[in-house]
Design a protein around this ligand. Structure first.
Ligand SMILES: Cc1cc2nc3c(=O)[nH]c(=O)nc-3n(C[C@H](O)[C@H](O)[C@H](O)COP(=O)(O)OP(=O)(O)OC[C@H]3O[C@@H](n4cnc5c(N)ncnc54)[C@H](O)[C@@H]3O)c2cc1C
Length: 290
């Protein structure tokens, strides 16, 4: 349980961090909260020769309200998401989801950037970013670029992040005031990754669904945007038959593994249950104004 040897670097700017990643090449990895990377290193499933610590990098710690969007810096921790008054008011699903990530000790160190950057299908934030249609801000040797969360994940631990690139933040369009939201996660115990989980954000007009976005965690090699399921509930009052059809559409796009969390069939079935629960909870919240 002791990691292999590595050299440690502590840059103070994004430019310096990118410069180090480029110069040190394939064997260098950014280090954020360390709560995914260090366990992998202890198990010798990752053996980077160079760790570029982002803790001292200026400008990555901010949660900024831009009006129509909120930008969250890569090294904002999950605990900081939970404690942000701004997010509680304008993007409460972030707090709801962060509270279901791991446990308080891990959340006090684990960052939003680390959670979304590395492409672990078990992580909760990537599906939430699909649901919210977030954009990732990447900075690399060729400059900055924006990648929609829905285009970022290509396979388990395989993402659009290029060599020498750093994820510096996440930009999230703010849903209208009074929107409904829910993150429903089935897990075996506190601190566990999801057996299946669903994120829902919706709006109601005169009791009918005007907009709906649904995404799924840990039921495929990547997070899934359940576009067809969201389209099914549009215009409905979320009656039982419509919710059942939406759940079935969500289940149909999953491809879960059979593992310690259950068989593929069970996890697919639980995806439907999580989608139904999240839709009903989100609608109930929208009915009382968010
Ligand atoms: C026991 C346990 C239970 C957990 N349960 C859950 C859970 O239920 N749900 C969940 O979502 N997570 C869970 N986690 C993971 C935890 O949330 C991690 O903290 C998080 O996923 C990674 O964030 P980090 O800041 O610790 O990243 P690190 O571990 O420092 O980095 C993770 C990876 O991302 C890369 N990276 C980090 N930051 C950047 C960046 N800004 N740009 C580019 N690449 C970057 C690193 O090089 C590394 O490859 C659990 C972890 C543990 C140990």
């Amino acid at each position: 349980m002791i990691p292999g040897p590595f050299a440690y670097y502590r840059p103070s700017s994004v430019a310096e961090a990118v410069g180090l990643l480029v110069r040190l090449g394939d064997e260098a990895r950014p280090l954020a909260g360390g709560h995914s990377l260090i366990p992998m290193m202890k198990l010798r499933m990752a053996t980077p020769e160079h760790l570029v610590d982002l803790a001292g990098v200026a400008g990555l710690k901010e949660i900024r309200d831009n009006g129509a969007t909120i930008t969250i810096g890569a090294t904002v921790t999950q605990a900081e998401l939970i404690n942000s008054e701004l997010l509680l008011r304008r993007l409460p699903i972030l707090r709801e989801t962060a509270l279901q990530v791991a446990d308080p000790q891990i959340r006090s160190k684990g960052t939003l950037g680390g959670n979304v950057a590395n492409g672990d299908p078990g992580n909760d934030m990537p599906a939430l970013m699909h649901c919210l249609n977030a954009t990732y801000l990447l900075e690399g040797p060729a400059g900055s670029r924006l990648v929609p969360a829905r285009d970022y994940y290509q396979g388990a631990y395989f993402t659009a992040l290029g060599q020498g690139e750093l994820l510096t933040g996440v930009s999230i369009p703010v849903p209208p005031l009074g929107h409904g939201y829910a993150y429903e996660k089935l897990k075996r115990k506190i601190g566990d990754y999801a057996t299946a989980a669903a994120a829902v954000v919706l709006t109601l007009v005169d009791g009918r669904v005007a907009t709906a976005s649904i995404a799924l965690t840990n039921v495929a090699a990547t997070p899934l945007f359940a576009e067809a399921a969201g389209a099914i509930v549009l215009g409905s009052t979320l009656d039982a038959a419509t919710v059942k059809r939406a759940a079935a559409a969500a289940k149909a796009i999953t491809d879960p593994a059979t593992d310690g969390r259950g068989t593929a069939e069970y996890r697919r079935e639980m995806t439907g249950v999580m989608v139904s629960r999240a839709l009903m909870k989100a609608a109930a919240r929208a009915r009382i104004g968010g």
